[in-house]
Ligand binder design. Sequence first.
Ligand code: GLN
Length: 503
Amino acid sequence: MEVVATQQELELEAIQNFEGKYPKQLWYLFLSEMWERFSFYGMRGMLTIFMVEKLLLNEHDANLQYGATQAFVYTLAFVGGLFADKILGFRKSIFWGGLLMICGSFTLACMPQTAPQNIFYLGISLTIVGTGFFKPNISTMVGRLYKTGDSRREAGFGLFYSGINIGALLGGWACIHVANNYGWNAAFSLAGIAMSIGLGLFFFTKRTLGPIGLSPLIGKFAPQKIRTYDLLVYGGALAIIPLIKILVSNSQYTDYFMYTVGPLTLIYIIYETLKFSKKEQQKMMAAMIFIIFSIFFWAFFEQAGGSLSLFARYNLNHNVLGLTIDPNEVNNSSNSLFVILFSPLIGLLWLWLSKRKLEPNTVVKFGLGFLFVSASFYIFYYTRFFANAEGVTSLNVFTVAYLVTTIGELCLSPIGLSIMTTLSPKSLHGVMMGMWFLASAYGQYAAGLLGAGMVTANEKAPLLEKLNSYTEGYKHLALYALIAGIVLIAISPLVRKLMHEVH
Ligand code: GLN
């Protein structure tokens, strides 16, 4: 046993002592995640519209169900992180999650033209459980490529975040494009093909990861016993699919689910935290503050897939910078395009500021994230002043709002991923990454509720009325985001203390 451990330690040393800016394994994880996000965002961009146009749900219910699916995706990320930490390890979790996602997309691709409901919810449930196993664990693996205190870690997450968004950009654009031109079945098949490429890449490059992501049970139990535990997790994941299917298709159950899951996970995290020293506990407390604020952030940000997707479908013209383009393609892709363009620039800006000792600390960066999102929702609100008599408004102004939202996201999201692996003890990395995504789940859930609250009472209301109703809602969101940003910046000295050496 001793010798194996040493061998593994040496391999890990060799990976973490990489030269240059990025470890080569980061590129492999980057590519796998890129294709996974292609598939995920491709599907996400089609969801609300598919529900309205094919499942014939009204807009109010489509917003709620959209919120529910996204909420489940990210809730299951907590479960995926937990089982990776305790039983499967990150690699097997990613592999299993990827497989389920592929099955989910191809199930959706086989949807019949008439009464597709049953197959639709089955496909979505497979995708939800699969993403839960895949998404948090690949992010945690990125953190494992670095030693504690390696200052290149944030840049690594910045690059990884660009990979996420290259995938999201291509998928968000390509799937809706294929759906519009070749039908929904072809579009869902495309999502399945993308996921297969992602998983294939992971499979063929995973041997470069040394001991990173192997089962935590290796060396503690006999291989036969580990296998039994693995099979139990796989079986459990399959067994909850019918349950998820019921929960997703009835949004009233989502409420009960969300009310219980949050408090239970919180109790669990507190229980785990009690095992550590006071300093570790304080760092975990700081991580929880970031997590709680991020719930609000995602609730605003995730209007993207819900209310903004419907707003784009009906209330926007098709013109951006003189080019004719479907506003939903802009809605699904512009955020990612801006991340890819601006992520390196923001990285350079932080570097430039840090050389002058002016770089804001992590807490203030989070606060700035909210201030940018607030500004962007004021711009979404402002689109109403560019509308014609029918209530169709400027896609250009809408796109500017996305630019500002994205700057906000870059102040918060990649940094959040990175500090989850620095503020928590190693044995809790998966769970804490899962917690970070669980906050997204609550954000998504709240986003659905907020979006549904913006819909006009009358489904057949004229476009002008819809415009006024949505933009009024965006004005409120702008104010809430402003308040959150100010509060966070005000409490930043306190949070810094809890973070100790991490900043
Ligand atoms: N856009 C990022 C991703 O897909 C963040 C998503 C989230 O945490 N809500 O990874």
